[in-house]
Design a protein around this ligand. Structure first.
Ligand SMILES: C[S@@+](CC[C@H](N)C(=O)[O-])C[C@H]1O[C@@H](n2cnc3c(N)ncnc32)[C@H](O)[C@@H]1O
Length: 303
C-alpha cells in the first residue's frame, strides 16, 4: 500500500499519517524515497491504538461525515440543493477540448491512458458548452453561501471564457493558478514542449474574500504534485483523474472542518476522497455509471 491508500483507509490526510509514523510508531518502510505499508500491519496498529489515543484524535480531525453521492446530471441535481448551503465548489468540468482533440486525432493518441476525445462527456460545440457552463455558474451562485469559494479546473486556452462567464454570473474573480505535474509523461519530448500544466480559476461568491487557511505563510498561485499515482486508481481508471494531494490543497486552504464541499463533475471522486478524509462534508455528482461506481468504491459507499 502507498501513503495515499493508508491515508484513505484510516480516514486521515497523508500529513497526519506521516505524523503518526513519527509520533505513534505507525509501521511503514521507506523505499526509494516513498513510504510503503502492509495492510495487515496497518490493521494491527489501528487495532492496538484502540478507541483512545490516535483513534480519538483521528475522530476529532477527520471523516465524521458520510459522503452524499448522486448519479445524474449536475444541473438537475444542483437545482434540488438548498440555497446558501455550500462552502466550496471544487470541480473539474469538461474543458471543451474533445472535438478539438478528435479533429487533430492521430491513431496513437487513442491508445493513451488519458485520451478522452471519444469518451462522450466532452463533445459539445463551443456555444453549447458556454451555455452549459453559464447555467452551472447560475446554480453554483445560488447554492454557495456568501463568501463561499469556487475552484474550476480548466485548460489554459479556455480560462478567459470561464472568467468572463463567472463574472457575468456575479462571482468575484480572484486568481488563475497553475497545477504543475512534476512527472508528466515525456511524450515526443524532442519535438515539442511537454504538456505538464493545467489551470484552476479561483472565484468567490457574493464577497471579495472568503476562508483562506494559509497558516500565515505566503501561498503561491501554482501547485505542484506528481500525476495521479497508480494506487489511487485501484478501483478503476478515469482518463482525467486528479491526484488526491492536489484536491487536499484546496480543501485545506478554502474550507474548515464540517464545511460542505460539492463537486458537480465528480468523475472518480478525488475531490470527495480529499474532503471526507479532512473532516468536511461532501456532495458529488457524476453522470457516467462506470465513474460513479469508482467514486463510490473509493469513498466506501454502495452504488
Ligand atoms: C474532467 S472529468 C472529472 C475528473 C475528476 N476530477 C476525477 O478526479 O476523477 C469530468 C467528469 O464530469 C462528468 N460529467 C460530464 N457532464 C456531466 C454532467 N452534465 N453532470 C454530471 N457529470 C458530468 C464526466 O462523466 C466526467 O467524469
Amino acid at each position: 500500500m502507498c501513503m495515499n491508500d493508508v491515508a484513505t483507509h484510516l480516514g486521515a490526510t497523508p500529513e497526519t499519517v506521516r505524523n503518526w509514523i513519527k509520533a505513534r510508531d505507525l509501521p511503514g518502510t521507506k523505499m526509494g524515497g516513498r513510504w510503503k505499508f502492509r495492510m495487515s500491519e496497518i490493521e494491527e496498529w489501528a487495532e492496538s491504538v484502540g478507541p483512545s489515543g490516535n483513534r480519538a484524535s483521528k475522530q476529532q480531525t477527520t471523516a465524521p461525515f458520510a459522503p452524499n453521492l448522486i448519479k445524474g446530471d449536475c444541473l438537475d441535481s444542483l437545482r434540488t440543493m438548498d440555497s446558501d448551503s455550500v462552502d466550496l465548489i471544487l470541480t473539474d468540468p469538461p474543458y471543451n477540448l474533445g472535438l478539438f482533440m478528435q479533429n487533430r486525432d492521430a491513431g496513437i493518441m487513442r491508445m493513451r491512458d488519458n485520451y478522452f476525445g471519444t469518451a462522450g462527456w466532452d463533445d459539445l460545440e463551443y456555444d453549447q458548452w458556454v451555455d452549459y457552463m453559464g447555467q452551472l455558474f447560475d446554480e453554483s451562485a445560488r447554492v454557495l453561501r456568501k463568501g463561499g469559494a469556487m475552484i474550476v479546473f480548466m485548460a489554459v486556452i479556455k480560462v478567459e471564457t470561464i472568467v468572463r462567464l463567472a463574472q457575468e454570473h456575479g462571482f468575484y474573480y480572484k486568481t488563475t493558478g497553475t497545477w504543475h505535474k512534476l512527472n508528466p509523461m515525456p511524450r515526443n519530448m524532442n519535438l515539442h514542449f511537454i504538456n505538464s500544466t493545467e489551470c484552476w480559476v479561483y472565484l468567490i461568491h457574493g464577497a471579495r474574500t472568503g476562508t483562506f487557511n494559509n497558516d500565515g505563510k505566503a501561498m503561491h498561485d501554482f501547485v505542484e504534485t506528481p500525476v495521479t499515482p497508480k494506487c489511487e486508481r485501484a478501483f478503476g481508471k478515469h482518463p482525467t483523474q486528479k491526484p488526491i494531494a492536489l484536491m487536499e490543497h484546496f480543501v485545506k486552504t478554502l474550507t474548515n472542518p464540517g464545511d460542505l464541499v460539492v463537486d458537480p463533475f465528480m468523475g472518480s471522486g478525488s475531490a470527495g476522497v480529499a474532503a471526507i478524509s479532512m473532516g468536511r462534508r461532501f456532495t458529488g455528482i457524476e453522470l457516467d455509471d462506470v465513474y460513479f461506481d469508482i467514486a463510490c468504491k473509493r469513498m466506501g459507499v454502495s452504488a
